[in-house]
Write a protein that binds this ligand. Structure first.
Ligand code: F6R
Ligand code: ZN
Length: 213
């Protein structure tokens, strides 16, 4: 059997039984977390993040149009409601992201996108609306259509961004290792390989350098 003290490095373990190690830190209690499908609220609630257009500089192909919107109405593009499970090693934090419907120069509203500096996987579960999970490993770009009930798997090392391709809110649950972290500068430097624009057929994917569909 694996030695737990070795497996978890410097974190000291107190072995209560062979199958239920009791870590010295953190003292997170088992908990029930409820999601309200009408309001997107999480109970008990952790941090809530709202990203407006003004926070998304440098991400849309038509930065000029984004800047104009940001200096005017500055609409909310997406929000992230987290459970109280903290982003620390060995925990599994969860969050619900809600992306509003909309476009900037025809490009669908989307999240900033990030890499996990500690390259660890993540799962997304679609809760409502329609969208896409765009992943990029620096060379290849992969798109997964997302909707209620669809699980998207993000392997370690793939930058990921979510896009709302519909006319309603697109919502999904994310579950990720607490030590993963979020590196936003990687996407600003390397892009995401593709962009998602509105089209008569729904959405069309273009090379990242394209400024329209
Ligand atoms: C966590 C994760 C999601 C995103 C959220 C917002 O690792 O992938 O919870 O953090 O969808 O997207 P970003 O972080 O790119 O603004
Ligand atoms: Zn992530």
């Amino acid at each position: 059997m694996t030695n737990r003290t070795q497996e978890y490095g410097k974190h000291k373990t107190i072995t209560r039984s062979r199958s239920m190690p009791n870590f010295e830190t953190p003292p997170i209690e088992p908990m029930q977390i409820r999601f309200n499908f009408c309001t997107s609220a999480v109970q008990p609630e952790g941090p809530v993040l709202t990203r407006r257009m003004s926070a998304l500089n440098g991400l849309f192909a038509r930065e000029d149009l984004r800047a104009t919107e940001a200096s005017g109405a500055d609409p909310t593009v997406y929000s992230v409601v987290s459970s109280p499970v903290p982003e620390i090693a060995r925990e599994l934090p969860q969050s619900i992201t809600t992306i509003r419907p909309g476009t900037v120069g025809g490009e669908f509203y989307m999240t900033k996108g990030h890499q996990h500096p500690d390259p660890q996987g993540e799962i997304y579960l679609g809760l409502g609306g329609v969208g896409g999970l765009l992943m990029f490993d620096g060379q290849r770009s992969v798109w997964i259509d997302m909707a209620e009930g669809v699980i998207g798997y993000i392997p370690p090392g793939w930058a990921h961004r979510s896009v709302n391709t519909g006319a309603e809110d697109y919502r999904f649950l994310a579950v990720y290792p607490g030590s993963a972290g979020h590196d936003y500068s990687w996407v600003l430097e390397h892009g995401m390989g593709q962009r998602a624009f509105s089209a008569s057929t729904g959405h069309v994917l273009t090379p990242y350098s394209a400024t329209s569909a």
